[in-house]
Write a protein that binds this ligand. Structure first.
Ligand SMILES: [Zn+2]
Length: 132
């Protein structure tokens, strides 16, 4: 992610043959003095950074997905056993995990609704109305 980026050195060499040593521009392999400000270099750097961002997000989504699959494993195993007992075709763990995720989401929604319902009851409850 952008918060922890490797500070690369410029890949170009000076006229005396020594490495440039300047920091490369962000997302680029060269410094400002060695073409880093050229529009095509800047565009390539932007593309590279955008792709890095995409890969970071994808990695996070994949990690969250496998964490949720791990958390839902007891359910998926139970679902699998139930389906087996019922004589239904076995489904792949991925399909069962998706099913369990849908159920978990539905239960979260239901819990959210119940919480807001309870909150409404508490805030709109007027003790003076008691016994009337
Ligand atoms: Zn340079």
């Amino acid at each position: 992610m952008a918060s922890r980026r490797l500070a690369l050195r410029c890949a170009a060499r000076r006229t005396n043959g020594e490495p440039c040593g300047n920091f490369a521009m962000v997302g680029s392999r060269v410094c400002h003095a060695h073409g880093g400000r050229a529009p095509q270099v800047r565009n390539a750097a932007r593309r590279r950074l955008a792709m890095a961002e995409v890969y970071t997000v994808l990695a996070r989504v994949r990690a969250e997905r496998s964490a949720s699959e791990e958390a839902l494993r007891p359910w998926t195993e139970e679902l699998s056993a139930l389906r087996w007992d019922a004589g239904l075709d076995l489904e792949s763990p991925e399909v069962l995990a998706r099913r369990a995720r849908v159920m978990a989401r539905a239960m979260e929604d239901a819990a959210k609704t119940l919480r807001s319902y309870a909150r409404n009851m508490l805030t709109h409850h007027d003790p003076r109305e008691e016994g009337t």
